[in-house]
Design a protein around this ligand. Structure first.
Ligand code: GLU
Length: 441
């Protein structure tokens, strides 16, 4: 049975890389009719952020990454499993008690002097550290990277396994739990790779069967280096706030390091699960390409039916009545790429715009006078009439059509980017339109 887990620490927001880990772990399990576990790794109480666990669950639910089993590591401490494992390692000579329990493995372990000064003091209490052997090879075959990765243990730290307060560190808890929960495949971000030799040793010394282990590629920033927040959010919550749809965001994340055989780009979670194959993991680091995400989000908006689209707009459209929204939605559905653009395109429907005169063209006075005159005589305020009288005005006065409509657009809406102007004028109504024109002329 394939069993995978998503094992976040509740130390802050889930970022795009975390969502990707969860998604791939979910798909790997579900593709194989297996089980997906959510395990909250909260043994480092100092770093825990209040509410983070709830947020993680909320987001996974939102994306449909529903777990079959749920564990909170700190609640498992009471059962004594971690302590028992650590003590077994001490008893068998693979770990030792130590007063010094620094948590930064690199700092504590790489100095041989520091390491030796801790070892073999024959203490019987304190923190418990792994006794890493000298000059042995540890290795495993990474099922994402697709090759063997090895270390010389002389380069590996004597990592702390159990702190003096009885809480396990990540290194111990992850191994004990992966074994206890019968995790068959471990998937995690590439930045965890330095911990892997420690886990390999702990697995071996505890006599556990090693799961398949895979490290996902780093997600790169378009401007080079690892993904950063320079241009917009990289947290999942932030991206949702920016106006990306969960379905589009998840679809985009599917392709951040994995590709289907047939190059299909748009698919649902169910379709992704059905075609998921670890052979599709790409070896090179993907770039977080916002333009592509925008494009994909636009595709999802266009795919939605009008009612669905109106529902999506709920959080963006306070101040708009249901009736007004129904009229505006068809005009912008094919234009916007992100829901958050809704306000920029449509605010003029509910707010009188401030018109910056410098946006208007040199002939705006003539254009707007003619438009006002033409619109004023309309009896039946509909699109057909409006089109007709305005085109007549353009022809009769020999105006340049583009310039005329741009001035009209700016005078009525205050901006250059709006839904089709004549349709907008129909919705605004005669009074409002004429009033706005009078104000500018
Ligand atoms: N708790 C680690 C994290 O926050 C889990 C790493 C792993 O999956 O082993 O990502």
């Amino acid at each position: 049975m394939v069993r995978t887990r998503f094992a976040p620490s509740p130390t802050g927001n889930i970022h795009i890389g975390g969502l990707r880990t969860a998604l791939y772990a979910y798909a790997l399990a579900k593709h194989n009719k297996g089980e997906f576990i959510l395990r909250i790794e909260d043994t480092d109480k100092k770093r825990e952020v209040e509410g983070a666990t709830e947020k993680i669950k909320e987001l996974l639910n939102l994306f449909g990454l529903i777990w079959d089993e749920y564990f909170i590591q700190s609640e498992r401490v009471k059962s004594g499993i971690y302590k028992k494992a650590a003590e077994k390692l001490v008893k068998e000579g693979h770990a030792y008690y130590c007063q010094h329990e620094g948590r930064n493995a690199k700092k504590e372990g790489f100095s041989k002097e520091l390491r030796d000064s801790c070892r073999d003091k024959n203490l019987t209490s304190g923190a418990i550290k792994l006794r890493v052997p000298d000059n042995e090879k540890v290795s495993f075959k990474d099922f994402v990277v697709g090759k063997e990765i090895s270390w010389n243990t002389s380069d590996v730290a004597d990592a702390t396994l159990l702190k003096s307060d009885g809480f396990p560190t990540y290194h111990l808890a992850v191994v004990v739990d992966d074994n206890d929960m019968k995790v068959s495949h471990v998937l995690r971000g590439h930045d965890w790779m330095p911990s892997t030799p420690i886990h390999l040793l702990v697995h071996k010394y505890l006599g556990f069967k090693l799961p398949e282990i895979g490290h996902l590629t780093d997600i790169l920033d378009p401007e080079g280096g690892k993904l950063s927040k320079r241009k917009g959010s990289t947290s999942v919550e932030g991206l949702l706030k920016e106006g990306y749809l969960p379905s589009a965001l998840l679809n985009y994340v599917c392709l951040l390091g994995w590709a289907p055989k047939n190059n299909q780009e748009i698919f649902s979670l169910e379709e992704f699960v059905a075609m998921f194959d670890p052979k599709g993991f790409q070896k090179s680091n993907p770039v977080f390409d916002r333009a592509k995400l925008d494009w994909m989000n636009g595709e999802y908006i266009r795919k939605a039916d009008l009612e669905g689209f109106i529902r999506m707009l709920k959080s963006e459209s306070s101040g708009f009545s249901e009736e007004l929204l129904k009229k505006i939605a068809p005009l912008i559905k094919d234009r916007i790429k992100k829901l958050s653009e809704f306000g920029n395109y449509t605010r003029f429907f509910i707010e009188e715009p401030t018109v910056e005169k410098k946006l208007l063209g040199p002939n705006s006075k003539k254009h707007l006078e003619a438009a006002k005159k033409a619109l004023d005589k309309i009896k039946k305020w509909d699109l057909e009439e409006i089109n007709e009288v305005l085109m007549e005005a353009v022809k009769d006065n020999g105006f340049k059509i583009g310039d005329f409509f741009m001035d009209l657009r700016i005078a009525v809406t205050g901006t250059r980017f709006t839904p089709p102007i004549n349709d907008s004028i129909v919705i605004l109504g005669k009074d409002t339109t004429l009033k706005r024109l009078s104000k500018v002329t």
